[in-house]
Each structure stands twice: as C-alpha cells, then as structure tokens.
Design a protein around this ligand. Structure first.
Ligand code: NAD
Length: 283
C-alpha cells in the first residue's frame, strides 16, 4: 500500500500535485533544487489551502493537517521509501534525463514514477531508467489540486500492474483518469499547444487585442478562459518548451513557436508565475 508520495519539482505543477496528495491523507515529500523555491511553494500551498477552506472544497482538511503531512527538501534521498513519485521538473529533456538517472539510485525497486510532462514521450523518459515497466505518464491539469481528470499515458513498456497502481492512486485522491497511448503531447497538449501558439501569432500580427482574442473564446465557445489567459496560467516558458518538444518530435513546422512567445520568455514575461504575460497579475 502506498503511504508516501514524492513530488519532484516545486513549481507551478508541484505546488498543486503535492497538496492534492497531502489533502487526501498521503505523506508527501516535495523536492526542488533550492530552499528559496521550496519556501515559495510552501507559501503558495498555505494560500491555496486557506482558499479551499473558505470555499468548503471536496477535501475539507484543515490547512494545518495538510501542511503536517508535507515535507520540503532539496535532497532526493528524502524519497528513499516513496511508493510513488510524480516528476514535474522543467520541460527539458536533459534536465529530466539527469533527474531520472539520479532517481534510479535512490528510489525503492517497486516505486512507480509518474511523469507529469507536457509533451515529452513517456517511453523516452522510461529509457533513462532501469525500471521502464514502472514509468507511466500522469499528466495533471493546472491547477492540479482542483482539476478532476488526469491524462494517464501508457508507454511502450509500462506494465499492467503499474497502470492499475496509478489508476487506484488517482482514485484515492479523487481524480478520474483517461488512459491514452504514448505520443508527443498526448491528446491534450498536441491540440492545446497549437491553439495557444496560433492565438499568440494572431496577437503578434495585430489581428486583435489580447482581451478580444480571449473574449471570443469565452463568449462564443463557452471556454472558462481564453487561450492567452490559459498560456499565462500554464507559464509561457512551459508553453515554449512544449512547442519545441512537439516541433522536434514530429518534425512538423506547424509546431514552430511564435516569435512573440520567444520574445516574452527571453524578457522574463512568463505569465502568472512572474506577474506578467499577456495579462498582468498580483504576485
Ligand atoms: P515550473 O518552471 O513552474 O517548475 C519547474 C520546477 O522544477 C522549478 O521549480 C525548478 O527549480 C524545478 N527543477 C528543475 N530541475 C530540477 C531537479 N533536477 N530536481 C528538482 N527540481 C527541479 O514548471 P511547471 O509548470 O511546474 O512544469 C513542470 C512540468 O510539468 C513540466 O514538464 C511541464 O511541461 C509539466 N506540466 C505543466 C503544466 C502547466 O500548466 N504548467 C501542466 C501539466 C504538466
């Protein structure tokens, strides 16, 4: 039985994923490379739990109870008895490769790794380990603690047992799953990233202002938020890296990232997490 879950990467996704587990009773360890990032993640989780308390969310756990189940560390050794690890580090193949190799030396043999990548093929990530049968894609949506469905990706070598374990664990934290086969970007991001990129191209060409582009999607199609606000929520760096992965993997120019997107990322305008992207936010 899994009692301890590791979450590696304490950025936008790590904050949501770790509290999703801790709020449902799992001892959860959040790992990142600096104490500063972990402090920021802790503060974000405290804020989210207070907010969840005010809204009377589906897991009415006192914020303090959730925090007591969470540990924060810069050392992978903190995962030495984890039963499941969700990997959410930066969308970069080299960073992920080095991490998967390092995890192999630390994790118990039976531990499953759920890769929360936006676009990198899960079979590739599995190849960086000696446990490809215990590597699976767990593509959480953002914010992970609030979204009801996880896209689960079965890689070439993912075992039936790993799939079963993953689906049970997701059920235990109140998440439904949709199982898909391994392909760059899976189902969601192969479609979503093209849409976001095209919306950014429209903005760059001056066809419409950001507010108007988003308003059309919200008012005409009933989307909860428009493509530019969605890109800001995801993080413009993550959108850019995901498009670069899709471009490389499919070798199809339709995934070529907009130059405006690149300019924003170069200039540190990363969306919500930096306070400014296509829109501005309180940080
Ligand atoms: P982010 O940039 O907000 O956070 C990434 C974190 O990983 C950073 O805090 C960084 O310090 C940390 N990190 C980098 N190397 C590390 C290492 N070796 N060990 C520990 N921590 C390390 O990015 P994010 O938006 O949280 O995305 C993380 C992953 O989740 C990416 O693969 C992304 O594609 C995927 N994802 C993102 C979203 C989204 O909406 N943002 C949704 C689903 C999946």
């Amino acid at each position: 039985m899994i009692t301890h879950v590791g979450v590696v990467g304490a950025g936008t996704m790590g904050v949501g994923v770790s509290q999703a587990f801790a709020a449902r009773g799992f001892r959860t360890t959040l790992v990142d490379t600096s104490d500063e990032t972990l402090d920021r993640a802790r503060a974000a989780i405290v804020r989210d739990r207070r907010f969840a308390g005010m809204l009377g969310s589906a897991s009415p756990c006192a914020p303090q109870e959730v925090m007591e189940r969470l540990s924060f560390t810069t050392k992978l050794e903190g995962l030495a008895d984890a039963g499941f690890v969700v990997e959410n580090v930066t969308e970069n193949m080299e960073i992920k490769r080095d991490l998967y190799r390092a995890l192999e030396d630390v994790l118990p043999g039976e531990c499953v790794i759920g890769a929360n990548t936006s676009a990198i093929p899960i079979t590739r990530l599995g190849s960086f380990t000696r446990r490809a049968d215990r590597v699976i894609g767990t593509h959480f949506m953002n914010p992970a603690h609030l979204k009801p469905l996880v896209e689960v990706i079965r890689a070439l070598h993912t075992s039936e047992r790993t799939l079963r374990t993953t689906l049970e664990l997701l059920r235990a934290i109140g998440k439904d799953s949709a199982v898909v086969e391994d392909s760059p970007g899976f189902v969601t991001n192969r479609v979503l990233m093209l849409t976001l990129n095209e919306a950014i191209c429209l903005l760059d060409e001056g066809v419409a202002a950001a507010e108007e582009i988003d308003r059309l999607f919200v008012r005409c199609f009933g989307h909860a938020m428009g493509p530019l606000a969605t890109a800001d929520l995801i993080g413009l760096d993550t959108v850019l890296y995901s498009l670069e992965v899709l471009l490389r993997e499919f070798n199809d120019p339709k995934y070529r990232p907009s130059t405006l997107l690149r300019r924003y990322v170069d200039g540190g305008l990363l969306g919500r997490k930096s306070g400014r992207g296509f829109f501005t936010y309180d940080t």
